[in-house]
Design a protein. Structure first.
Length: 202
């Protein structure tokens, strides 16, 4: 089983140009069957705002269970990268894929598959995906970006191995929050920017 596409979208504003649109988003009160669905509305939003980047996120806390398994074999990597490319081909308003694998090497939700080789396998996936997206760019004239939402803790980054994967990412969305939580015996800042060495709080 391959990781599922999480229905999560985000937007990034680019420099605007003039544009002619043939449709615009509609409100709840005057929507018809032809207007139904988030993807239809995202398509119209992109038509209205062609310089806004719309991305889809893969994984998350509850849907990262099969990344490790899927990326272990070449067949799994082939299927995964092919599926991501197909999403870009099918839904042309998407221009970014974001990886939210929680987490390579383990430490995520109970039952998630994990391996000490996750970082190496992830690098292979990203290298292959970048090659396939470059080929798609040549076909469509589009620009497809790859991002990641990595954890901020050093123990999570150790298995991720940023040096291997960094060449394949266009930007990072670092998860610098939820450091202290209900599992701890003393309070702390949820997203401290500074503090004692080897801790996540002030």
């Amino acid at each position: 089983m391959l990781p599922s596409v999480v229905p999560s979208y985000y937007f990034g504003k680019r420099l605007s140009d003039s544009v002619t649109v043939t449709s615009v988003p509609v409100g709840w009160n005057n929507a018809g069957p032809q207007d139904a669905g988030n993807f239809e509305q995202l398509s119209r939003f992109k038509e209205l705002n062609p310089n806004v980047e719309i991305g889809f996120a893969l994984g998350g806390w509850t849907l990262s269970d099969e990344f490790s398994t899927a990326f272990t074999t070449q067949a799994g990597r082939d299927q995964f990268t092919s599926d991501v490319v197909d999403i870009f081909k099918t839904y042309e308003f998407f221009s970014v894929v974001d990886f939210d694998w929680e987490y390579p090497g383990g430490g995520g939700d109970a039952g998630n598959a994990s391996s000490a080789n996750d970082g190496a396998h992830f690098a292979l996936v990203l290298e292959q995906l970048r090659t396939e997206l470059d080929a798609l760019e040549s076909q469509t004239g589009g620009n497809y970006e790859v991002s990641i939402a990595p954890a901020g803790g050093s123990e999570k980054l150790a298995y991720l191995n940023p040096a291997w994967i960094d060449p394949y990412f266009d930007f990072y969305n670092l998860m610098t929050y939820d450091f202290p939580e209900g599992w701890e015996n003393q309070p702390g800042h949820k997203a401290a920017l500074t503090g004692p060495a080897n801790t996540y709080t002030v």
